[in-house]
Write a protein that binds this ligand. Structure first.
Ligand SMILES: [Zn+2]
Length: 203
């Protein structure tokens, strides 16, 4: 029996308690009138993060009033060119030294994953999820193992790719998806963290 429990975005759990994942997380919540908005604590991709919206009154694309944690793409890595390091979005391949181009309203329809950027994603070091299981469409792990990988993703200078080895195949997921799409599950009376299989790709 699998019970899925929704956890608000940008939060993690301890036991059945939900707590703020900050300050280890990439954003913190700030009050904006009656709403809260997520404020980034680290570099994010300005090209494919969903931080703008089309405003009909002014017929223009404007910054969103409130931004969710999941609107940001933090999957940024570093590349070297002539001995100089520069930041590159591992999601869309945007070179963060370049200006943001053609940021169209209102949805993420401009997101393009080029072959090159996929290779870069896979170039991140795979971090094997220990004792991973495949249950009811989810790759599942212990709560501690989930936290270990999420923390490691922030600490190491190289980008890591959480990886599940199952049935002789290696499945990988970007760190940003890993920390965005997880669910708290109860499986046969044990609390676990599960991430839907559909967010993984074969390595
Ligand atoms: Zn991007």
């Amino acid at each position: 029996m699998v019970t899925v429990r929704d956890v608000p975005e940008g939060q993690a759990m301890s036991g059945w308690e939900v707590y703020d994942f900050a300050p280890d997380d990439f954003t913190y919540e700030r009050q904006m009138g009656k709403n809260t908005t997520a404020v980034p604590l680290t570099v994010y991709c300005p090209q494919c993060s969903d931080t703008t919206a089309y405003d009909r009154r002014v017929n223009a694309v404007v910054p969103k009033w409130t931004i969710n944690h999941s609107d940001y793409v933090f999957n940024v890595g570093y590349q070297e060119e002539d001995g100089k390091k520069f930041a590159v979005c591992l999601n869309c391949g945007h070179d963060l030294r370049d200006e943001v181009k053609g940021k169209a309203a209102p949805k993420k329809s401009t997101r393009k994953i080029t072959r090159k950027s996929q290779e870069r994603t896979l170039a991140a070091t795979p971090e094997l999820i220990e004792d991973v299981k495949f249950e009811d469409g989810y790759f599942t792990m212990t709560v501690d193992e989930f936290k270990r990988i999420a923390k490691k993703g922030h600490q190491v200078s190289h980008s890591i790719t959480p990886a599940a080895e199952f049935g002789g195949t290696l499945y990988v997921i970007s760190l940003s998806k890993f920390i965005t799409f997880w669910k708290e599950l109860e499986i046969n009376g044990t609390r676990k963290v599960g991430i839907p299989r559909i967010y993984f790709q074969e390595a």
